[in-house]
Ligand binder design. Sequence first.
Ligand SMILES: Nc1nc2c(c(=O)[nH]1)N[C@H]1C(S)=C(S)[C@@H](COP(=O)(O)O)O[C@H]1N2
Ligand SMILES: [Mo]
Length: 229
Amino acid sequence: MDEPRSSLPPGQYASRDFPRFGMPRFAHRFPRVRDRIHLEIGGEVRAPTTLTDRLQELPRVDQVSDFHCVTTWTHRDVPWSGFRFLDFFERLILPEVEPSAHVQFVVFKGQDGYRTGLFLDDLLQPDVLLADRLGGEALSVEHGAPLRLVAPAHYGYKSLKHLCRMEFWSDDTGYRPGGLRFMEHPRARVGREERGRGVPGWLLRWLYRPLIRPTARYFRRAMEHDRQS
Ligand SMILES: Nc1nc2c(c(=O)[nH]1)N[C@H]1C(S)=C(S)[C@@H](COP(=O)(O)O)O[C@H]1N2
Ligand SMILES: [Mo]
């Protein structure tokens, strides 16, 4: 049962389901490395590196937040656990990787080939996590194993799953998102209904809603297929 609740952002409805979801072209792509973190750091940095166990040095943060997909479903009160992007940036990236002082934009890449990006200012908000646990257990493949970004104030398409590479850049000019251009807003703030680029949010609500059920079903079947193989 889906029920409307007044405190939801504009155009969203509460869904009891938390489906594995995304653009259909990624449904059949799965992470190769699921049980350990292997995170490349690059871009305009002095010392590119690969991080494996270093995240464990950061303070662990448990956070309950709502998850808003751009197609209008919201799954409320998701119990994530992981590390603040802010701590990650200040304690590991700044001192050891030394990004250029001009860095303003960060590009994220997933093991399934998906890409997204966010401005550094948005990423440094205290509710942005690099999450490795959900509901007290290691992140499942459905929800982003082994590590994902969680940016609750932005549409779900910014919360990249199966994170394997992060790049620090001075702007977003060299960056191509995983989907069509109109589908990805550079900031994608849920509170401002920045669903896409050049198309009003209220219009995208109606375009996307009919796609929710078939997309969720498609992703679920792809997952069942992966489990059997
Ligand atoms: N690597 C990767 N990350 C991704 C996607 C994807 O297809 N691949 N889809 C995005 C979209 S559109 C949504 S709504 C959320 C869905 O997260 P979930 O599958 O944990 O529900 O993941 C986002 N991050
Ligand atoms: Mo989404």
